[in-house]
Write a protein that binds this ligand. Sequence first.
Ligand SMILES: Cc1cc2nc3c(=O)[nH]c(=O)nc-3n(C[C@H](O)[C@H](O)[C@H](O)COP(=O)(O)O)c2cc1C
Ligand SMILES: C=C(O[C@@H]1CC(C(=O)O)=C[C@@H](OP(=O)(O)O)[C@H]1O)C(=O)O
Length: 386
Amino acid sequence: MLRFLTAGESHGPCLTAVIEGLPAGLPIDLAVVNGDLARRQQGYGRGGRMRIEKDEAEVLSGLRFGRTLGSPLTLAVRNRDWANWQDRMSPTGPAAGEAVTAPRPGHADLAGVQKYGHDDIRNILERASARETAARVAVGAVARQLLSAIGVTVAAHVVAVGGVTAARRPYSAPEIGQLAAASPLFCADKTAETAMIEAVDAAKTRGDTLGGVFEVVASGLPPGVGSHVQWDRRLDAALAAALVSIPAIKGVEIGEGFANAALPGSQAHDEIFFEPGRGYYRRTNRAGGVEGGISTGEDLVVRAVMKPIPTLMAPLASVDIATREATRANTERSDVCAVPAAAVVGEAAVAIVIAGAVLEKFGGDHLGDLFAAVEHYRRRLDGGPR
Ligand SMILES: Cc1cc2nc3c(=O)[nH]c(=O)nc-3n(C[C@H](O)[C@H](O)[C@H](O)COP(=O)(O)O)c2cc1C
Ligand SMILES: C=C(O[C@@H]1CC(C(=O)O)=C[C@@H](OP(=O)(O)O)[C@H]1O)C(=O)O
């Protein structure tokens, strides 16, 4: 079983991830991890914090001479901003700094202090901050390296920002990697991207924020990953949970999920064909590569909706938790739009889920065992030896 935990506050010393269940012998290239961390920091609309940080992963356990040992892999990403927060975020020193008392609608602030009994909202927002997603992207970069060893590629692009929607067409993961990577909003539709950038600029001028939609595609996944037999083994369910666990993600669509609601079955499903040498295939992929919680062998296509960032420079009405008097929500340095960054986090979330489901199906304490099981399975599907 592949599992991981993350720890760390946004302005504390560092973020840490402990990953367990990776096969031994997997080569890990830290340049790939750092490349993904750098991508998560980009994207038009990010705030001042990203000019302070330069995220890089450090390995604290589980790797020897560049290959996994099969023991827990621990990755750390240091917070450069910690240097500016050592007093206010000291783990052991005396209390310092003003308490934050004006909760932001849409952030974890009020529900968090109510639940945990704090009188300083900072005790909640530090961990609720999406800074945590840097650790998740580091985990995702490891999962992506496991997947690429068996020919699976995962990539994400932005398909809507603030109501501006990109032209909808199917892309494979390698295509997305090429089209979206270098562009300011990670959007493959350049005309739409220009309008998205204008929308972000206008929102910033108004002291407002924007959300949007990103799409993650995984190519090269064989049919048969995930299972219909139990609710928590369904691949689509695990993907939805992982995506909604990203801060500010409020909706997930598998394939043509929402559009299919309006269509008759005759137009919603993917007809099945067979060609010797190619095997079974579909000419359409409205199911998004999953049927019955099991991968079909077509590209896996999932979309996730991000709500607008809760911290507004023109703040919404709130109530001070110290006085219970009406006030305006806390304002602090913030992103205006983080859909591109969320897309990179979504890519990591999808990679982690698929890697876990692949290991559940094929097992393997050593990478060679995994390769052998995948190879055997592919031959079985081709009608070869069982
Ligand atoms: C990559 C990324 C960056 C974010 N940046 C900010 C930010 O700068 N300011 C902010 O208020 N919220 C930001 N958010 C959203 C909040 O973290 C999120 O809304 C909050 O934790 C409450 O959780 P919920 O929206 O899932 O209910 C960001 C989210 C992501 C994924
Ligand atoms: C630090 C990151 O995102 C942060 C997520 C975030 C929030 O409230 O979620 C608030 C901002 O942090 P700060 O208050 O330090 O400016 C973002 O920059 C990051 O993505 O690395």
